[in-house]
Design a protein around this ligand. Structure first.
Ligand SMILES: Nc1ncnc2c1ncn2[C@@H]1O[C@H](COP(=O)(O)OP(=O)(O)OP(=O)(O)O)[C@@H](O)[C@H]1O
Length: 305
């Protein structure tokens, strides 16, 4: 499989702080890749380094085989970045901004006009096309950023927390549009704190912490490799005190039952036995694998699995 992006031993120091500590991994062409991690993990620094906005202290990054520093013009054309920060430009309307951005990439003509029209339509910006960006709401500004990133039809679309502060409706619209772009062959790299979204959308994820990659795998493999499964137990007597070995496995108490985290290698009979010993009157039991959020929390908590 051809590679869309290669990160090779990328280090970024901000004076005493090492924001990236030698990050190496590849993103395959056509992937829907999630870059996850707690605040300050280094996700934006890595994305900005890929986009040429931050110069690494050492190491290098290639996009479709081009170096992001030496071959900046090629990589600028191949990448579309939706940055985290919202812009407001008092001088230009949305349409003018998109036309200017097109001009920067030397894209003109009827087909480009049609594409700008389609972007405005798909991102529900048509009726604001002539408005200045400082007259827009936060959600609308975010849509403008997405349109600007897509104006030159980049092969690799990089979205840095695109749904932060965006309402449910728009989030759904954005994901539908992003999924379509992925199906058309675009590589998507996404950072988000909404792990449910990442689990639903990304076929591969990297989890970063303190400037390093803690885990990187296909989403499904990462979930199935997790050592725990989760048991939801409904009972008729939820006020009962659980005996110690069972209480240690409790992750959630609900009005009519409990959720326990159990080792995948442990026997179900043993766990059910502990429930019986606690005096629980069990009315229903269901079992499920970990969610990405649970895997993430385990990996990023101190002393995680
Ligand atoms: N321009 C800068 N100058 C100094 N330190 C910086 C700069 N940019 C980022 N940092 C620091 O680098 C570290 C990584 O920040 P970064 O923004 O990459 O994290 P992040 O994973 O994107 O976090 P978030 O989820 O909060 O957006 C943080 O400790 C941050 O304070």
């Amino acid at each position: 499989m051809a590679l869309a992006v290669q990160f090779n031993q990328v280090v970024k120091n901000y004076e005493d702080l090492q924001a990236l500590k030698g990050v190496s991994f590849d993103v395959e062409e056509g992937a829907f890749f999630g870059l996850l991690g707690p605040n300050g993990a280094g996700k934006s620094t890595l994305i900005n380094a890929m986009s040429g906005l931050v110069v690494p202290t050492s190491g290098n990054i290639q996009v479709q085989g081009y170096d992001v520093i030496d071959d900046y013009r090629q990589t600028r054309r191949l990448l579309g970045l939706v940055p985290q920060e919202l812009i407001a430009d008092p001088f230009f309307s949305i349409k003018e901004l998109l036309e200017l951005q097109s001009g920067y990439f030397g894209m003109k003509g009827a087909e480009q006009k049609r594409w700008i029209g389609e972007l405005l339509e798909r991102l529900a910006l048509s009726d604001k096309a002539d408005a200045n960006t400082n007259q827009l709401s936060g959600g609308m500004k975010r849509r403008v950023l997405i349109a600007m990133a897509l104006v030159h039809k980049p092969k690799v679309l990089v979205l840095d927390e695109p749904t932060a502060g965006v309402d449910v409706d728009l989030r759904r619209t954005l994901w539908e549009f992003t999924k379509e772009l992925h199906q058309q062959g675009h590589t998507i790299i996404l950072t988000t704190h909404y792990l449910e979204e990442a689990e639903a959308l990304c076929d591969r994820v990297a989890i970063m912490q303190k400037g390093q990659i803690k885990a990187l795998d296909d989403t499904q493999t990462l979930l199935s490799k997790h050592p725990y499964r989760y048991l939801r137990v409904n009972v008729s007597n939820p006020k009962v005190d659980l005996i110690a070995p069972l209480a240690e496995r409790l992750v959630e108490k609900e009005s009519n039952g409990f959720v326990f985290q159990v080792d995948k290698t442990s026997s179900m009979t043993e766990t059910l036995g502990l429930m019986e010993k606690s005096g629980l009157d069990v009315t229903d039991v269901s079992s499920r694998d970990a969610t990405l959020e649970e895997v993430f929390l385990d990996l990023t908590s101190e002393g995680g699995v």
